[in-house]
Design a protein around this ligand. Sequence first.
Ligand SMILES: NC(=O)c1ccc[n+]([C@@H]2O[C@H](COP(=O)([O-])OP(=O)(O)OC[C@H]3O[C@@H](n4cnc5c(N)ncnc54)[C@H](OP(=O)(O)O)[C@@H]3O)[C@@H](O)[C@H]2O)c1
Length: 276
Amino acid sequence: MLHGKKLGVIGVGKLGEALIAGLLKQGDLKVGDITGSVHQESSIDRVRERLGIETTLDNKQLAKDRDIIIIAVKPQNMDKVLREIADELRPNQLLISVAASVTTNFVEERMTKEIPVVRAMPNTPSVMNAGMTGLCLGKHSTAEHKGTAEAIFNCVGKTVFVDESLMDGVTALSASGPAYLYVVIESLAEAGVKLGISREVSTLLAAQTMYGAARMVLESKAHPALLKDMVTTPAGCTIDGLMELEEGKLRVTLIKAVVKAAERARELVNNQNSSK
Ligand SMILES: NC(=O)c1ccc[n+]([C@@H]2O[C@H](COP(=O)([O-])OP(=O)(O)OC[C@H]3O[C@@H](n4cnc5c(N)ncnc54)[C@H](OP(=O)(O)O)[C@@H]3O)[C@@H](O)[C@H]2O)c1
Protein backbone atom coordinates (compact mmCIF):
# COMPACT_ATOMS: atom_id res chain seq x y z
CA MET A 1 0.00 0.00 0.00
CA LEU A 2 2.79 2.43 0.91
CA HIS A 3 5.52 1.02 -1.30
CA GLY A 4 6.97 3.65 -3.64
CA LYS A 5 5.04 6.52 -2.03
CA LYS A 6 6.68 9.78 -1.04
CA LEU A 7 5.72 10.96 2.47
CA GLY A 8 6.06 14.41 4.00
CA VAL A 9 5.61 15.05 7.71
CA ILE A 10 5.00 18.67 8.69
CA GLY A 11 6.00 18.95 12.36
CA VAL A 12 8.48 16.25 13.34
CA GLY A 13 7.99 16.52 17.09
CA LYS A 14 7.16 13.70 19.50
CA LEU A 15 4.32 12.19 17.50
CA GLY A 16 5.77 12.91 14.05
CA GLU A 17 9.00 11.22 15.09
CA ALA A 18 7.17 8.17 16.51
CA LEU A 19 5.23 7.74 13.28
CA ILE A 20 8.31 8.05 11.07
CA ALA A 21 10.31 5.67 13.29
CA GLY A 22 7.46 3.12 13.10
CA LEU A 23 7.20 3.41 9.32
CA LEU A 24 10.95 3.00 8.84
CA LYS A 25 10.98 0.00 11.18
CA GLN A 26 8.14 -1.63 9.25
CA GLY A 27 10.23 -1.22 6.09
CA ASP A 28 7.52 -0.17 3.62
CA LEU A 29 9.11 3.27 3.35
CA LYS A 30 12.83 4.00 3.21
CA VAL A 31 14.70 6.99 4.66
CA GLY A 32 14.84 8.54 1.17
CA ASP A 33 11.04 8.35 0.80
CA ILE A 34 10.34 10.64 3.78
CA THR A 35 10.88 14.36 4.22
CA GLY A 36 10.08 16.19 7.44
CA SER A 37 9.66 19.82 8.39
CA VAL A 38 10.11 21.64 11.69
CA HIS A 39 9.67 25.18 12.96
CA GLN A 40 13.09 26.03 14.40
CA GLU A 41 16.36 25.74 12.53
CA SER A 42 17.93 24.07 15.58
CA SER A 43 15.42 21.19 15.27
CA ILE A 44 16.74 20.19 11.84
CA ASP A 45 19.88 18.55 13.26
CA ARG A 46 17.83 16.71 15.90
CA VAL A 47 15.57 15.17 13.26
CA ARG A 48 18.42 14.32 10.89
CA GLU A 49 20.39 12.70 13.70
CA ARG A 50 17.48 10.70 15.11
CA LEU A 51 15.78 9.62 11.90
CA GLY A 52 18.26 10.32 9.09
CA ILE A 53 15.54 11.87 6.89
CA GLU A 54 15.80 15.02 4.80
CA THR A 55 14.48 17.88 6.94
CA THR A 56 13.46 21.39 5.97
CA LEU A 57 11.83 24.57 7.27
CA ASP A 58 10.00 24.97 3.95
CA ASN A 59 6.47 23.56 4.28
CA LYS A 60 5.43 24.78 0.83
CA GLN A 61 8.24 22.93 -0.92
CA LEU A 62 7.54 19.81 1.15
CA ALA A 63 3.81 19.88 0.33
CA LYS A 64 4.44 20.21 -3.42
CA ASP A 65 5.85 16.84 -4.38
CA ARG A 66 4.66 14.34 -1.74
CA ASP A 67 1.98 11.64 -2.25
CA ILE A 68 1.01 11.74 1.41
CA ILE A 69 1.39 14.65 3.83
CA ILE A 70 0.93 14.18 7.57
CA ILE A 71 0.48 17.36 9.58
CA ALA A 72 1.64 16.82 13.16
CA VAL A 73 1.93 20.38 14.49
CA LYS A 74 0.05 21.57 17.59
CA PRO A 75 -3.66 22.33 17.02
CA GLN A 76 -3.06 26.08 17.48
CA ASN A 77 -0.58 26.04 14.54
CA MET A 78 -2.90 24.19 12.17
CA ASP A 79 -4.63 27.25 10.71
CA LYS A 80 -1.32 28.89 9.75
CA VAL A 81 0.22 25.72 8.28
CA LEU A 82 -2.91 24.81 6.29
CA ARG A 83 -3.16 28.27 4.76
CA GLU A 84 0.57 28.17 3.97
CA ILE A 85 0.39 24.91 1.98
CA ALA A 86 -3.14 25.15 0.50
CA ASP A 87 -2.09 26.45 -2.93
CA GLU A 88 0.61 23.79 -3.31
CA LEU A 89 -1.68 20.79 -2.73
CA ARG A 90 -3.42 18.81 -5.50
CA PRO A 91 -6.38 16.39 -5.32
CA ASN A 92 -4.11 13.40 -6.09
CA GLN A 93 -2.35 13.89 -2.74
CA LEU A 94 -3.58 12.72 0.67
CA LEU A 95 -3.54 15.04 3.67
CA ILE A 96 -3.60 13.43 7.12
CA SER A 97 -4.05 15.52 10.26
CA VAL A 98 -3.25 14.17 13.72
CA ALA A 99 -4.06 17.44 15.50
CA ALA A 100 -6.37 16.86 18.45
CA SER A 101 -9.78 18.54 18.20
CA VAL A 102 -9.28 19.72 14.60
CA THR A 103 -12.09 18.45 12.36
CA THR A 104 -11.83 17.38 8.71
CA ASN A 105 -14.17 20.26 7.95
CA PHE A 106 -11.72 22.73 9.52
CA VAL A 107 -8.96 21.37 7.27
CA GLU A 108 -11.11 21.23 4.11
CA GLU A 109 -12.33 24.82 4.58
CA ARG A 110 -8.75 26.05 4.36
CA MET A 111 -8.02 24.20 1.11
CA THR A 112 -8.29 25.83 -2.31
CA LYS A 113 -9.08 22.47 -4.06
CA GLU A 114 -10.94 19.26 -3.21
CA ILE A 115 -8.14 17.63 -1.24
CA PRO A 116 -8.68 14.18 0.34
CA VAL A 117 -8.34 14.53 4.11
CA VAL A 118 -8.07 11.93 6.87
CA ARG A 119 -8.21 12.84 10.57
CA ALA A 120 -6.29 10.58 12.94
CA MET A 121 -6.17 10.38 16.74
CA PRO A 122 -3.22 8.20 17.82
CA ASN A 123 -1.88 7.81 21.37
CA THR A 124 1.56 7.95 22.99
CA PRO A 125 2.21 4.16 23.04
CA SER A 126 2.65 4.60 19.26
CA VAL A 127 6.27 5.31 20.23
CA MET A 128 6.52 1.63 21.29
CA ASN A 129 4.60 0.38 18.23
CA ALA A 130 1.73 -0.37 20.64
CA GLY A 131 -0.43 2.61 19.69
CA MET A 132 -4.16 2.81 19.13
CA THR A 133 -5.34 5.18 16.43
CA GLY A 134 -8.91 6.23 15.70
CA LEU A 135 -9.41 7.51 12.14
CA CYS A 136 -12.16 9.18 10.14
CA LEU A 137 -12.47 10.32 6.55
CA GLY A 138 -13.05 13.78 5.09
CA LYS A 139 -15.58 14.31 2.33
CA HIS A 140 -13.19 13.86 -0.61
CA SER A 141 -11.49 10.68 0.68
CA THR A 142 -12.01 7.31 -1.02
CA ALA A 143 -11.50 3.67 -0.02
CA GLU A 144 -7.92 3.93 -1.34
CA HIS A 145 -7.18 6.87 0.97
CA LYS A 146 -8.69 4.88 3.83
CA GLY A 147 -6.35 1.97 3.06
CA THR A 148 -3.31 4.25 2.87
CA ALA A 149 -4.07 5.91 6.22
CA GLU A 150 -4.72 2.53 7.81
CA ALA A 151 -1.39 1.20 6.51
CA ILE A 152 0.47 4.18 7.99
CA PHE A 153 -0.99 3.91 11.48
CA ASN A 154 -0.87 0.10 11.52
CA CYS A 155 2.92 0.58 11.51
CA VAL A 156 2.71 1.98 15.05
CA GLY A 157 -0.09 -0.16 16.48
CA LYS A 158 -3.75 -0.87 15.81
CA THR A 159 -6.30 1.22 13.93
CA VAL A 160 -10.04 1.67 13.85
CA PHE A 161 -12.23 3.85 11.60
CA VAL A 162 -15.15 5.63 13.25
CA ASP A 163 -17.69 8.25 12.29
CA GLU A 164 -16.23 11.70 12.95
CA SER A 165 -18.95 12.35 15.56
CA LEU A 166 -17.26 9.64 17.68
CA MET A 167 -13.76 11.14 17.57
CA ASP A 168 -14.31 12.93 20.91
CA GLY A 169 -15.02 9.53 22.44
CA VAL A 170 -11.88 8.08 20.85
CA THR A 171 -9.88 11.02 22.20
CA ALA A 172 -11.27 10.50 25.71
CA LEU A 173 -10.86 6.72 25.70
CA SER A 174 -7.69 5.75 23.83
CA ALA A 175 -5.78 9.03 23.51
CA SER A 176 -6.30 10.10 27.15
CA GLY A 177 -6.58 6.47 28.29
CA PRO A 178 -2.88 5.83 28.92
CA ALA A 179 -2.97 8.52 31.65
CA TYR A 180 -5.80 6.70 33.49
CA LEU A 181 -4.01 3.38 33.22
CA TYR A 182 -0.73 4.85 34.50
CA VAL A 183 -2.67 5.92 37.60
CA VAL A 184 -3.94 2.36 37.97
CA ILE A 185 -0.41 0.94 37.59
CA GLU A 186 0.95 3.50 40.05
CA SER A 187 -1.78 2.63 42.58
CA LEU A 188 -1.23 -1.11 42.26
CA ALA A 189 2.50 -0.52 42.73
CA GLU A 190 1.77 1.53 45.87
CA ALA A 191 -0.20 -1.46 47.15
CA GLY A 192 2.85 -3.66 46.60
CA VAL A 193 4.98 -1.15 48.53
CA LYS A 194 2.42 -1.18 51.37
CA LEU A 195 2.78 -4.97 51.46
CA GLY A 196 6.58 -4.72 51.71
CA ILE A 197 7.58 -5.28 48.07
CA SER A 198 10.17 -2.84 46.67
CA ARG A 199 8.82 -0.07 44.41
CA GLU A 200 10.80 -1.38 41.46
CA VAL A 201 9.45 -4.91 41.77
CA SER A 202 5.91 -3.65 42.54
CA THR A 203 5.89 -1.51 39.40
CA LEU A 204 7.08 -4.47 37.31
CA LEU A 205 4.39 -6.71 38.84
CA ALA A 206 1.67 -4.11 38.18
CA ALA A 207 2.71 -3.08 34.65
CA GLN A 208 3.39 -6.58 33.36
CA THR A 209 0.06 -7.71 34.84
CA MET A 210 -1.76 -4.94 32.99
CA TYR A 211 0.10 -5.79 29.78
CA GLY A 212 -0.77 -9.48 30.17
CA ALA A 213 -4.43 -8.76 30.94
CA ALA A 214 -4.67 -6.49 27.88
CA ARG A 215 -3.12 -9.20 25.67
CA MET A 216 -5.60 -11.76 27.06
CA VAL A 217 -8.50 -9.50 26.06
CA LEU A 218 -7.07 -8.75 22.61
CA GLU A 219 -5.89 -12.22 21.71
CA SER A 220 -8.53 -14.47 23.30
CA LYS A 221 -11.31 -12.12 22.16
CA ALA A 222 -13.18 -13.28 25.28
CA HIS A 223 -15.40 -10.84 27.17
CA PRO A 224 -13.36 -9.21 30.01
CA ALA A 225 -15.98 -10.40 32.53
CA LEU A 226 -15.35 -14.02 31.51
CA LEU A 227 -11.59 -13.54 31.90
CA LYS A 228 -12.19 -11.96 35.31
CA ASP A 229 -14.30 -14.96 36.35
CA MET A 230 -11.42 -17.28 35.36
CA VAL A 231 -9.17 -15.53 37.92
CA THR A 232 -11.79 -15.50 40.66
CA THR A 233 -11.75 -18.77 42.62
CA PRO A 234 -14.82 -19.31 44.85
CA ALA A 235 -13.96 -18.25 48.41
CA GLY A 236 -10.48 -17.26 47.18
CA CYS A 237 -8.74 -13.92 47.67
CA THR A 238 -9.55 -12.24 44.31
CA ILE A 239 -13.26 -11.95 45.14
CA ASP A 240 -12.35 -10.01 48.29
CA GLY A 241 -10.29 -7.62 46.20
CA LEU A 242 -13.10 -7.25 43.66
CA MET A 243 -15.55 -6.43 46.44
CA GLU A 244 -13.28 -3.57 47.53
CA LEU A 245 -13.18 -2.28 43.93
CA GLU A 246 -17.00 -2.35 43.75
CA GLU A 247 -17.26 -0.51 47.07
CA GLY A 248 -14.75 2.07 45.81
CA LYS A 249 -16.86 2.51 42.65
CA LEU A 250 -13.94 1.87 40.30
CA ARG A 251 -16.17 1.04 37.34
CA VAL A 252 -18.41 4.07 37.53
CA THR A 253 -15.40 6.30 38.23
CA LEU A 254 -13.67 5.14 35.05
CA ILE A 255 -16.86 5.54 33.01
CA LYS A 256 -17.35 9.07 34.36
CA ALA A 257 -13.70 9.96 33.70
CA VAL A 258 -13.98 9.03 30.01
CA VAL A 259 -17.37 10.76 29.61
CA LYS A 260 -15.98 13.94 31.23
CA ALA A 261 -12.87 13.92 29.02
CA ALA A 262 -15.10 13.48 25.94
CA GLU A 263 -17.15 16.53 26.99
CA ARG A 264 -13.93 18.53 27.28
CA ALA A 265 -12.74 17.25 23.88
CA ARG A 266 -16.05 18.44 22.37
CA GLU A 267 -15.58 21.89 23.95
CA LEU A 268 -12.06 22.08 22.50
CA VAL A 269 -13.38 21.06 19.06
CA ASN A 270 -15.98 23.81 19.22
CA ASN A 271 -13.42 26.44 20.34
CA GLN A 272 -10.85 25.34 17.77
CA ASN A 273 -13.27 25.17 14.86
CA SER A 274 -15.08 28.43 15.57
CA SER A 275 -11.77 30.35 15.08
CA LYS A 276 -11.65 30.81 11.29
N1 LIG B 1 1.87 13.36 21.47
C1 LIG B 1 0.83 12.55 21.35
O1 LIG B 1 0.74 11.48 21.92
C2 LIG B 1 -0.32 12.91 20.45
C3 LIG B 1 -1.40 12.03 20.37
C4 LIG B 1 -2.46 12.36 19.50
C5 LIG B 1 -2.40 13.52 18.75
N2 LIG B 1 -1.33 14.35 18.88
C6 LIG B 1 -1.30 15.57 18.08
O2 LIG B 1 -0.07 15.62 17.38
C7 LIG B 1 0.31 16.96 17.20
C8 LIG B 1 1.78 17.11 17.62
O3 LIG B 1 1.91 16.78 18.98
P1 LIG B 1 3.36 16.52 19.61
O4 LIG B 1 3.12 16.02 20.98
O5 LIG B 1 4.18 15.71 18.67
O6 LIG B 1 3.92 18.02 19.67
P2 LIG B 1 5.43 18.53 19.58
O7 LIG B 1 6.37 17.50 20.13
O8 LIG B 1 5.44 19.91 20.17
O9 LIG B 1 5.73 18.64 18.02
C9 LIG B 1 5.23 19.65 17.20
C10 LIG B 1 6.23 19.86 16.08
O10 LIG B 1 5.67 20.80 15.17
C11 LIG B 1 6.74 21.61 14.70
N3 LIG B 1 6.17 22.85 14.16
C12 LIG B 1 5.56 23.87 14.83
N4 LIG B 1 5.18 24.82 13.96
C13 LIG B 1 5.56 24.39 12.73
C14 LIG B 1 5.47 24.94 11.42
N5 LIG B 1 4.89 26.13 11.20
N6 LIG B 1 5.97 24.23 10.39
C15 LIG B 1 6.57 23.03 10.59
N7 LIG B 1 6.69 22.44 11.80
C16 LIG B 1 6.20 23.14 12.84
C17 LIG B 1 7.63 21.80 15.87
O11 LIG B 1 8.92 22.17 15.41
P3 LIG B 1 10.13 22.52 16.41
O12 LIG B 1 10.56 21.17 16.95
O13 LIG B 1 11.16 23.13 15.53
O14 LIG B 1 9.57 23.43 17.44
C18 LIG B 1 7.59 20.42 16.52
O15 LIG B 1 8.61 19.61 16.01
C19 LIG B 1 -0.65 17.82 18.04
O16 LIG B 1 -1.59 18.43 17.17
C20 LIG B 1 -1.33 16.83 18.94
O17 LIG B 1 -2.69 17.21 19.20
C21 LIG B 1 -0.29 14.07 19.71
